[in-house]
Design a protein around this ligand. Structure first.
Ligand code: PHE
Length: 340
């Protein structure tokens, strides 16, 4: 009686386990037959009620059924686990031999490129590269440079004054005086850096731009020396003969003073916003250092003289790379910057 019940139960369990479509169904079958309160456990509990002569036989049978079902259960379960593993391997597959994306290096800003080119050139000509503060005193920015107290450049319209009476330097010329004080004569320096002017921003004006100051002091320095260095500079930057003109120019810290203009390389001289439709761009004011400025720097004008220039580095960069709007330089737009 119990024998046939057991074998019927066994075949039902076998077919459920073998045909379980997924691991949930398999687990349900395990609980039903092999669980703590499953069919086999219930039968096991009732063994005590059996007649003594049946107990051994039924006990063995029960054990055999249990072992059979457990074995089938385990092999089914292993198959499901292997299946799950295989589908994960297929879905989460990584090709470790694929080349890595690689570093994406940035590029140097055009101002940095030109500044470095000029530093290299002037270093090779015996000049030292020096630095000065961007927040300056009125003395270094104006007085020491022979700029009279009434000069319009001191006006708040042109100069950013700070509340403590200092200012944002309006040019790199204060570094002339600092370098003379620090190194004395003879002297050959360039001083690249940022300068600030309280100006309306447009295609050719920024409140912040770059200059490169140059100064050479020695015995009997002439305008011919100055022109030699200015021409070396322009040839090195433009890699060709640039068309230039020299005009008299007034700056209180040089005497005589000049404006060196370059023919606009963007429009070739026919006129565009960068050259304000004149065909020429002021690039290089220069001149022989005024005796008062030498004195400000502690140098005896009867013993020494020299030349100085204040290159508009920002403007030079625009000419060199044909950049038609100064605002590109500080906009941080990668489409612009990646071209260099
Ligand atoms: N410092 C002057 C300026 O910014 C330029 C300059 C420098 C002129 C040196 C002459 C000599 O306008």
């Amino acid at each position: 009686m119990l024998d046939s019940q057991l074998s019927e139960l066994e075949s039902r369990a076998v077919s459920l386990i073998d045909s379980a479509p997924d691991s949930d169904a398999l687990e349900k079958a395990r609980v039903e037959f092999l669980g703590r309160k499953g069919s086999l456990a219930t039968i096991g509990k009732d063994m005590g009620k059996l007649a003594a002569e049946d107990r051994g036989r039924i006990g063995k049978l029960l054990n055999a059924v249990k072992q059979n079902l457990e074995a089938r259960y385990e092999s089914r379960q292993a198959a499901f686990q292997l299946g799950a593993l295989n589908s994960r391997l297929a879905a989460e597959w990584l090709d470790l031999t694929m080349p890595a994306p690689g570093a994406r290096p940035g590029s140097l800003h055009p101002l940095t490129l030109i500044q470095r080119e000029l530093e290299e050139l002037f270093t090779s000509l015996g000049f030292a590269v020096v630095d000065g503060p961007e927040v300056e005193t009125e003395w270094y920015n104006f007085d020491a440079l022979n700029i009279p107290p009434t000069h319009p450049a001191r006006d708040a319209q042109d100069t950013f004054w700070l509340s403590d009476g200092s200012l944002l330097r309006t040019h790199t010329s204060p570094v002339q005086v600092r370098a003379m004080e620090k190194f004395g004569a003879p002297l050959r320096i360039i001083a690249p850096g940022r300068v600030f002017r309280n100006e309306e921003v447009d295609a050719s004006h920024e409140h912040t731009f770059y200059q490169l100051e140059g100064m050479m002091i020695d015995r009997d320095v002439s305008i011919a020396h100055m022109l030699y260095f200015m021409k070396s500079l322009l040839t090195a930057i433009f890699h060709r003969e640039a068309t230039v003109r020299l005009r008299p120019g007034f700056f209180p810290f040089v005497e005589p003073g000049f404006e060196l203009d370059i023919q606009c390389l963007i429009c070739g001289g026919s006129g565009c916003p960068v050259c304000k439709h004149s065909g020429w761009v002021e690039l290089l004011p220069c001149g022989l250092v005024h005796p008062n400025v030498l004195r400000s720097g502690g140098i005896d004008p009867d013993q020494w003289n020299g030349f100085a220039f204040g290159l508009g580095l920002t403007r030079l960069v625009m000419m060199r790379y044909a950049i038609d709007d100064i605002r590109h330089l500080a906009a941080g737009d990668l489409r612009f910057l990646q071209q260099f």
